[in-house]
Design a binder for this molecule. Structure first.
Ligand code: NAD
Length: 428
């Protein structure tokens, strides 16, 4: 999905590096380097004009030693099986790092959802479940939204699954709409989770959040709530966000040196994430090239769009003031860029720790579905804060003990937990 970067090769490189540090048994490493199961399929969909269009879909189940596979479904025109593999792989480590009793899965469909009508989207979502339902379920594999998919789509998918199995089964999918089995706090979860991790990192680094400046890439679900959290919870300043403009087919950075107002920008963002440039300009925002976000003079960078965005090339543009990188997106930093950050003493909160808030509240959602009893938003977010804080400190402790960067430490925590589960179950 991100130009030349093969996300799965990058994920395997990260894993091999840590497997070496841990002196992991090569046979155990070989199990973990690859998904346990993969589904590649084609979904026929009746279009509004009566024609049939065939969409290519994937579901990858990386490892379910610790519990049912868990992971979103992406609708993206440049989706590839390797992207889905990488994301499923990271889900295993993410759930283990956050100590959730879940494994790693991910799904995708090659489609630009913006080109479909609402009823075509509904038929595609139902079609995905019609193909996959025997291999999904609250105790098997639980999908959720990701890039290009929405709570409404999860509602359709849950409905289709419930019809096929003959009983209301809200726990088959998370990220559902409120009132349709969804959890309060799920919308904010990933972005706020990023900010809970940033808060703990700043405490560790001795940074004053109220005097800190952040530059954010993306302005979707994760970026929006990270921007709100950074300004409203931490009292810091966000100088820019960026987004992909569907009409102009390019990305823009929307910036304001004295601080953006994320709630205003949300109010002028359409459902596909395009910001109304005229309205933003009228309020004093500058509209710059999409790549500008990375060079901003900031203390914190929050890449929250796509993978491979901070790479060997773009890392050179990072301002020397940057001390902290909080990976809201999955896989935004390539190993070459990671090396530069490590050399320059930039503290990176790795993706599968930093953005674990989404899957944590997804897990809370399935717990609530099982209980058929729903928590308040405050209860959900406070439990999320506790989980994120414990996860952050577990990784920080490992990083201090082993004298490694946070990414390697997160892999160490996660691999250890997954290998233990495989041993306990007698797999290895
Ligand atoms: P989203 O679809 O809501 O937002 C994606 C954002 O990225 C949009 O603002 C889009 O305009 C922007 N974008 C796309 N291409 C861009 C480009 N080339 N330059 C700049 N901006 C660009 O998706 P999201 O849910 O916010 O997810 C963002 C990232 O976070 C993804 O990597 C996703 O896998 C990861 N993530 C999401 C969640 C979640 O709960 N939503 C949880 C964990 C990880």
């Amino acid at each position: 999905m991100a130009g030349q970067t093969n996300a799965f090769e990058m994920a395997q490189q990260q894993f091999d590096h840590v497997a070496g540090l841990l002196r992991l048994d090569p046979q155990v490493a070989e199990i973990l380097r690859w998904p346990m199961r993969e589904f590649h399929f084609r979904i026929p969909v009746r279009m509004d004009d009566g024609s049939i269009r065939i969409f290519e879909g994937f579901r990858v189940q990386h490892n379910d030693a610790r519990g049912p596979n868990k992971g979103g479904i992406r609708f993206h025109p440049a989706e590839t099986v390797d992207t889905v593999r990488a994301l499923a792989f990271w889900m295993t480590w993410k759930c283990a790092t956050a100590d959730l009793p879940l494994g790693g899965g991910k799904g995708g469909v090659i489609v630009d959802p913006a080109t479909l009508s609402t009823s075509e989207k509904e038929r595609l979502c139902r079609g995905y479940i019609d193909v996959m339902w025997r291999n999904l379920g609250p105790r098997i594999d639980v999908p959720a939204p990701d890039v290009g998919t929405t709570p409404q789509m999860m509602g359709w998918m849950m409905d289709e699954y419930s019809k096929l199995v003959g009983q209301y089964t809200p726990g088959v999918i998370t990220g559902k709409p409120l009132g349709g089995g969804g959890s309060l706090g799920r919308t904010e979860a990933t972005g706020y989770g990023v900010i809970y991790a940033v808060r703990e990192a700043m405490r560790h680094l001795g940074m004053d959040p109220a005097k800190s400046v952040a530059a954010i890439q993306g302005f979707g679900n994760v970026a929006q709530y990270a921007a709100i959290g950074f300004t409203e919870m931490l009292g810091g300043k966000v100088v820019c966000v960026s987004y992909w403009d569907r009409d102009d087919k390019c990305s823009y950075t929307v910036s304001k040196p004295d601080g953006i107002n994320p709630r205003f920008l949300m109010s002028i963002t359409d459902q596909y994430g395009s910001i109304n440039k005229a309205k933003a300009s009228a309020e004093g925002y500058s509209i710059e090239d999409g790549s500008e976000w990375i060079g901003k003079e900031a203390d914190v960078l929050i890449p929250a769009a796509l993978e491979g965005q901070i790479n060997g090339e773009t890392v050179r543009r990072v301002h020397p003031r940057v001390r902290l990188v909080a990976e809201g997106a999955n896989g935004p930093t390539t190993p070459e860029a990671d090396e530069v950050f490590n050399k320059n003493g930039v503290f990176v909160i790795p993706d599968f720790l930093c953005n674990a808030g989404g899957v944590t509240v997804s897990y809370f959602e399935s717990v609530q579905n099982d209980m058929n009893y729903y928590w308040t938003k405050e209860e959900t977010l406070s439990r999320l804060d506790t989980k994120m804080t414990i996860a952050f400190h577990g990784v920080l402790d490992m990083s201090l003990k082993e004298n490694t960067c946070m990414r390697d430490a997160a892999y160490m925590v996660a691999i250890d937990r997954v290998v233990k589960a495989m041993q306990l179950r007698g797999w290895v």
